[in-house]
Design a binder for this molecule. Structure first.
Ligand code: XMP
Length: 318
């Protein structure tokens, strides 16, 4: 695709010209946009780029490890990994209201990123994976949906930041960003991942969050996602994940009575994420996922499937 190749070449040249011999930092989340921005900028200026990856403790299973392996080892990028999970979890203690949880996580994220970026006091640029729809969204007056959930993408800019912004994807739509990613050699699987909310598993462990619940959810979610890939269903649905309810129910395992948490499997099909239908996944597939979760994840003894459309439900549970 010559248009894409042309975009990449032009952008690399532009980044080189703008940055010169200065240093750049970038908040790498593992998501598509920040990853593509990072690889593109790395192509242009190599080691002058340092990525900061904040492990909130609320990410998908082994996410930090995978990011280090792929972008650190494979792409040879400088990545500063910050394990801030304790801080996030500590500040979430006692909070069960969804918006309050979002605020706590968002606040911690900005604070941690700010602290870390200040350590790179020789950096002149802050790179971000801002894409065209983000530009439009931030310009538009907040619509009624803004009051339903605060959709802040964690990582807002601290006010006193003296860094110049570098946003090489500002003019691209999501599908173009993905194509650029593939062209740059990022594995297809990473480029075509489902969206993951900024507050992460913090809003998928319903109610109060603790480390044990996050671990249980990570295990269950991993099984569901693995099976979607194994059955070639991952690309057929728009967003799929597991939610952990703070509800225990009675079950039986062997001769033992169990009293454990309930997990909900959620999968949605949508074009714009404003409206969505639940995915009509095959019964046999759901049965397999349910069996695996209950048998393999200690702490869950019941699985339900969410058959709610948006509206009136939302895709996430919080
Ligand atoms: P809902 O649950 O509102 O979600 O139907 C629509 C899409 O937005 C994502 N989402 C978020 N993304 N920060 C984010 O970055 C958030 O606080 C947030 N809340 C929901 C959700 O995963 C879905 O893709």
């Amino acid at each position: 695709n010559w248009v894409l190749k042309d975009f990449i070449e032009t952008e690399i040249q532009r980044i080189k010209n703008v940055v010169g011999d200065k240093k750049v930092i970038l908040g790498l989340s593992g998501g598509v946009d920040s990853s593509v921005a990072a690889v593109l900028i790395h192509r242009a200026i190599g080691d002058q780029l340092t990525c900061i990856f904040v492990d909130t403790g609320l990410l998908r299973k082994d996410e930090g490890k995978k990011v280090m392996e792929n972008y650190g080892k494979h792409f040879h990028m400088n990545i500063k990994m910050v394990d801030a999970s304790e801080r996030f979890l500590t500040n979430l203690k006692g909070i069960d209201e969804p918006e309050a949880k979002r605020k706590s996580i968002g606040r911690d994220f900005v604070a941690v990123f700010d602290e870390e970026s200040k350590k790179f006091d020789d950096a002149s640029f802050l790179a971000q994976g801002t894409i065209y729809p983000d530009v439009i969204e931030s310009q538009s007056v907040k619509g009624p949906s803004a009051t339903i959930k605060s959709h802040h993408n964690v990582g807002g800019l601290p006010e006193d930041m003296k860094l110049q912004l570098l946003e090489p994807l500002r003019e691209l739509f999501k599908d173009e960003v993905r194509k650029v990613g593939v062209e740059l050699g990022i594995p297809r699987e990473l480029v075509y991942r489902h969206p993951f909310p900024g507050p992460g598993l913090g809003i998928r462990v319903l109610g109060e969050v603790d480390a044990e619940k996050v671990r249980i959810l990570q295990e269950a979610d991993q099984i569901f996602i693995d099976e979607l890939y194994a059955h070639n269903l991952y690309d057929e649905v728009s967003q799929a994940f597991v939610v952990l309810l703070p509800v225990k129910s009675v079950g039986v395992m062997g001769d033992e009575r169990t009293y454990e948490y309930t997990a909900v499997v959620r999968s949605a099909n949508t074009i714009d994420f404003m409206t969505a239908t639940w995915s009509k996944l095959p019964y046999e597939f759901l049965e397999l996922v349910s069996n695996r979760i209950i048998n393999e994840v200690k702490g869950i003894n019941r699985v339900a499937y969410d058959i709610s459309s948006k509206p009136p439900a939302t895709i996430e549970w919080e």
